[in-house]
Write a protein that binds this ligand. Structure first.
Ligand code: EPU
Length: 421
């Protein structure tokens, strides 16, 4: 195993190139199952999750490889297999995104139930409900979800769950509906930019989707989709993470490729804290006033403040001048970082889905344990400003979703290195 060793206190200054979005890449790669001919994807980040999905797609007969420019080429070579097995699905929840495409294209999808993870229970009832509304028959076989149908038919589907819309349930139903007979309307669809990117990719392949970016998607089914070339959107969560790195270290970072329109809620909250965000020709420039103001943050589906930045925002507010509050409304149990931040000298108290944050003057380095992807990022951020050395254990979590984070941070002045245990 590997860990990061980080000596805090350096001011970050310079340019950070923003990678393509993990959560746009994964469903779009899965969507290639639907497509006849070759898909070429630009800007797919080189991440553990992406490589996992390539292995799963390989088992499902989709050949994928990168060319010299880094572009990923995907092509279906064999349509026999329809089973996403536990061994691979348990490594990465987003594997569930193959369910809609397999059902629509191969008439059968057997996908192992992903189960819970460090951020909560994470059921997939809405995925199943949406696909059954298109006419699929569902049974549960040895821990696998088995969906079958000879022909999918368009339907009116409400996809709002107990915590609002679901990103990957929307992706699955949207993908399946592209090849269904007739019109599908998805109400309470997820509005995330990653869903818009997926819809844009599918439309470029010949799908007829309207309303992406709004809670109502309309899909006119088509008989086939053909390969296309597509560029993945920039990763807004990586953007937010580096914005917080600039703010914590009183630094100045130019985030190249960052798309302002995707991060309005983040900009709104961070400006309240005292972070200065300016648009630049190629992205954003982020710096900070010396004093960090306390704020209240509630995570929500897009366009609200993203749950995927909740932990990182908490690391920032640990050092605000006063008391802040964060309420998690998407994954109410996503708080494993609280105990670790307290080990670094933070004053955090959790009450149900809310954490009270009493700002402290400084954090101190300590050995800490990453529990999931975004919690790991929060610990790295806290370590950048902590006094002394922090060891962040289990960095494989961070490798799932941040492309060469230690190299990007070191290039702008952080004292961080990856160490083999
Ligand atoms: N939910 C249900 N039933 C379902 C599906 C979801 O009750 O069938 C609930 C969830 O338990 C949660 C809420 O609905 O309370 C929203 O979950 P959602 O389905 O939107 O999450 P997801 O699609 O599984 C994606 C991202 C996550 C991100 C969430 C929320 C991908 C591959 N994953 O997950 O990303 O946190 O949306 O924005 O797109 C990450 O990148 O670190 C990450 C966890």
């Amino acid at each position: 195993m590997q860990h990061f060793e980080i000596v805090g206190g350096n001011r970050l200054k310079g340019v950070v190139p923003i990678s393509g979005a993990k959560n746009a890449s994964l469903p779009i790669m899965a969507a290639s199952i639907l497509v006849d001919g070759e898909t070429i994807l630009h800007n797919v980040p080189d991440l553990a999750d992406v490589r996992h999905l390539q292995v799963l797609l390989g088992r499902l007969g989709v050949k994928s490889q990168r060319d010299d420019s880094g572009a990923m080429h995907l092509r279906v070579e064999d349509e026999m297999n329809t089973h996403a097995e536990y061994e691979l699905v348990s490594k990465m929840r987003a594997s569930v995104c193959v369910m809609g495409p397999l059902l629509a294209k191969r008439k059968r999808a057997q996908v192992s139930m992903p189960g819970g993870c460090a951020i909560g229970d994470r059921p997939i009832d809405m995925h199943i409900q949406g696909l059954c509304a298109l006419g699929a028959e569902f049974e549960f076989v040895n821990g696998d979800v088995l969906l079958r149908n000879k022909k999918l038919t368009g339907a009116d589907i409400f996809l709002g769950g107990p915590f609002g819309s679901s990103v990957t349930a929307t992706a699955n139903v949207l993908m399946a509906a592209t090849l269904a007979d007739g019109r599908t309307i998805i109400e309470s669809a997820a509005c995330e930019p990653e869903i818009v990117d997926l819809a844009n990719y599918l439309n470029a392949c010949g799908a007829r989707i309207a309303g992406q970016g709004t809670p109502q998607l309309t899909i006119e089914g088509v008989s086939s989709l053909t390969g296309t070339e597509h560029r993945i959107i920039p990763d807004r969560i990586e953007v937010g993470t580096f914005m917080i790195a600039a703010a914590l270290t009183n630094g100045e970072l130019e985030l190249q490729g960052a798309q302002f329109e995707h991060i309005r809620a983040i900009v709104d909250r961070l400006r309240q804290v005292g972070v200065i965000v300016e648009r630049a020709e190629k992205g954003l420039i982020v710096s900070s006033s010396r004093r960090l103001e306390p704020v209240q943050i509630t995570t929500q589906p897009y366009p609200g403040f993203p749950t995927d930045l909740q932990a990182q925002a908490m690391a920032l507010l640990c050092l605000a001048d006063g008391n802040s509050m964060i309420t998690e409304k998407v994954f109410p149990d996503r708080f494993l970082h609280v105990g670790e931040l307290n080990r670094m000298g933070a004053h955090l108290r959790k009450a149900g889905p809310t954490v009270m944050i009493e700002g402290v003057k400084r954090l101190v380095g300590a050995p800490v344990m990453a529990s999931d992807l975004r919690a790991s990022a929060a610990l790295v951020l806290a370590a950048l400003i902590a006094k002394g050395t922090t060891q962040v254990q289990r960095v494989y979590h961070i490798d799932r979703g941040y492309e060469t984070i230690e190299r990007k941070l070191a290039a702008v002045g952080a004292n961080i290195r990856r160490v083999q245990d």
